[in-house]
Design a binder for this molecule. Structure first.
Ligand SMILES: C[S@@+](CC[C@H](N)C(=O)[O-])C[C@H]1O[C@@H](n2cnc3c(N)ncnc32)[C@H](O)[C@@H]1O
Length: 236
């Protein structure tokens, strides 16, 4: 198993900030420190998140399994997952040094160092071997991906046959979302900023990457409006 130092050294972000692929949404990861610091405004919601815990419940990590969180943020899902995998492994991927630093702090205080690997990387460049995880999720993150086509191919590559995938964005702009008032139109003045998963497009890309789509569309998870895709990796 690679040490964390090794993992931290991988997947250097070398992308050209001017290049936006066909699936470009916002590609925030290259917007630098100011963007990352702005996350701190939402720290309470990123620190603990019922939706993150609900997603872990749906993916249902088992004893001995390997799990991947793409854009793990402050780590609410990876901490919950790490408590379930026993001698398995949870990989927390995030391009932001600030988020990785916070996760390292939380991992230490939770005593989960033996089963939680924190990695520098992004959806489009996952520093894991082929067919190495039993499950993966990405929560409130798909709209950050710079190239969703490459990201879906990467997810198909690292997932083992029968591996479970869940991509989810909370619909903060939905009037029924509990935090609707604080999010609506307040970010970049763009309505709908936070619920841009195009389930048709992503579903197609995931099928091309070897997944079978189980569900795709708008749902309620713990009564919160979300847009999600659930998929299972087929054998090659
Ligand atoms: C809104 S936060 C969500 C964090 C966490 N998933 C949660 O639900 O609390 C989005 C995260 O995606 C990360 N991110 C940005 N671009 C990314 C990319 N291309 N691939 C993976 N993660 C990315 C950001 O650094 C940030 O931590």
């Amino acid at each position: 198993m690679a040490s964390e130092k090794d993992l931290e050294g991988q997947a250097e972000n070398t992308e050209n900030p001017d290049h936006h692929g066909p699936g470009h949404h916002h590609g925030h990861e290259h917007e630098g420190w100011w963007h990352q610091v702005r996350y701190l405004k939402h720290a309470p919601q990123l620190w603990t998140s019922p939706i993150n815990e609900a997603v872990v419940g749906l993916i249902d990590p088992g004893e001995g399994e390997a799990m991947l969180d793409v854009g793990a943020g402050m780590g609410p899902a990876v901490l919950a997952a790490a408590r379930r995998v026993g001698n398995g492994r949870v990989f927390a991927l995030d391009p932001s040094p600030l988020m990785r630093g916070i996760m390292r702090f939380r991992r230490r205080t939770a005593g989960l160092a033996d089963r939680l690997s924190i990695m520098r990387g992004k959806a489009e460049e996952i520093p894991l071997d082929d067919a190495s995880v039993n499950g993966a999720w990405s929560i409130n993150c798909v709209h950050h991906w710079g190239d969703d086509e490459v990201a879906c191919t990467e997810l198909g590559r690292v997932m083992k046959p029968d591996g479970r995938l869940l991509l989810l964005d909370e619909q903060f702009s939905h009037p029924d979302h509990p935090r609707h008032d604080s999010y609506d139109d307040s970010r970049h003045g763009e309505p709908g900023f936070f619920h841009e998963i195009d389930t048709d497009r992503l579903g197609g890309l995931l099928e091309e990457a070897g997944f079978r789509i189980e569900r795709a569309g708008d749902e309620r998870l713990d009564e919160v409006p979300v847009r999600l895709i659930r998929a299972v990796r087929l054998s090659d």
